[in-house]
Design a protein around this ligand. Sequence first.
Ligand SMILES: [Zn+2]
Length: 158
Amino acid sequence: MTIANNQQLLDEINSYNQIRIEMTQNGERVTLGHPADVREKIEEMVAEKVGVGFVSLQEDVEDGEYFVYVHTDTYDELDQEDVDKLEALDIDESEEGCTEAIKKFLEVEFRFVTETIIPCRKCNKENTKDMGNGMLFCYDCKSEETVEEAKKRFFEKQ
Ligand SMILES: [Zn+2]
């Protein structure tokens, strides 16, 4: 691999790390974070709702779309009965098909977040939202802070 290719790879990795996805259910945020963080949340939700002990998914971002689909580990870890439960819901290895099936099954939507996100004062997660009432709310630890204080804290540090 040439140096130029390495740089290109680094740029791709960096821009991937900067991607944030918001997952909503009935218009309400469930979580916001890196594509992999959101995938972990989806794994929990799918396993719980299907009633299987474990689901391993893979995530991918391509052409401005977010995909989640079954990782082969899932087939190694689950017994056939549980695999059948997932397949009956079209939760399988196909990127597009599985993403659509998961969106339908969990009643969720994905959105790419382009605005600046101020991490939570307490837990430092980026799962925060300006609630429009002057408060910044953290969906992880449920703590609140005024947007004014949050901005001061965040932008002074930059
Ligand atoms: Zn927090």
